[in-house]
Design a protein around this ligand. Sequence first.
Ligand code: IMP
Length: 423
Amino acid sequence: MAVDLLLGLQWGDEGKGKIVDVLTSNYNIIARFQGGPNAGHTLVFNGMKHVLHTIPSGIFHDSAKNLVGNGVVIDPVIFKKELDKLEDQKVDYRKSLLISRKAHLILPTHRLLDAASETSKGKAKIGSTLKGIGPTYMDKTGRNGIRVGDLEMTNWKEKYRALANKHEAMIDFYDVNIQYQLKELEAEFFAAVDVLKSLTFIDSEEYIYQAQKSGQTILAEGAQGSLLDIDFGTYPFVTSSNTTAAGACTGLGVAPNQIGEVFGIFKAYTTRVGSGPFPTELFDEAGETMGRIGQEFGATTGRSRRCGWLDLVALKYACQINGVTQLMMMKADVLSGFKSLKVCTAYDYKGDIISHLPYNIEAENVTPIYSDFKGWKEDLTQMDDYGQLPKELNDYIDFLEKELEIPIKIVSVGPDRKQTIFR
Ligand code: IMP
């Protein structure tokens, strides 16, 4: 069986967690392929809200195995907190949660390095979640990292010490005032590593291969969004992994010709958290309304998200890079009550009208060109059938489908599992 992918097409926070949870009953295995605890995947069902950072979003279904793939970076301390919350909710994760031996570990000093690097950048900071993501992927590509499989070796603590010492020297090099008590951080880290070691570590690429061969269905779960991709995002204001479809191949060991459906998720408008260019960003009441109604606050950091109109130039680019086969539009309900809506269909790029994403989309180079749409008044949050959607929303959807040449198969009208309309 081919492996289906689900990924975000904007700057993250599109609602991937909710849709993975909704789709999990169709799959035997849910596999996270990149990122780490910088992600915050929010699921709402039975009146409860759950936020997952590293653990795949299929964990609340008994029927599915949940794999943390080799492309993921794991902070044992945050991972343990996630497990504690699952235990509180009586989720029996021990049999269903599997961890790739090749996933890399985020050490306490990676987090400190992230803070030192961001502080040293001053105004040019990335706006990182400060979870140690960048420094951990740097150690991975620099061939210095510590992997989950190392925890099964007797000498891993020696490796740890050497790396942590090196990190301390690097923190000094940044010459910024970072206060920390490494002993305390390490005590917490080593206790959390012991918990991690009680879970099932596997050779995940072999597991995925055999699962595929025996006809099991697999959904690869992305984190962050395509515009935060290390290669194709708005560099340097990006995360440190490949958030796009190719990341599922390297982050799980799935061959490119084994990819099936590519589900692309986008919000009916756009948000971004952290620094970096955002051509359709709004600084007026409309943006404020989106943020308030959409509760646009980071699930990991609590920071306010920047809000703006839908950017079709960027969305088309993301569909192209990922080979999206089906679209899912999230948070349509947030736009109820807007008299009119705008969609950016092209950029004025240094005087030329272009419809592709250029190298630099900083405000001094790019002015968005908009098409206007009539808004709708109806509250969508209680609707459960496509036939109930207002005409103006259908016009909006039809326009997007025509422009993107990909069907929109799901319209989400609220955070709850049930507030999902299939088309
Ligand atoms: P980092 O990956 O934590 O270093 O953050 C790099 C950039 O990606 C920052 O602008 C973050 O705000 C953004 N980012 C990282 N993870 C997420 C996410 O899950 N959702 C939205 N933005 C994210």
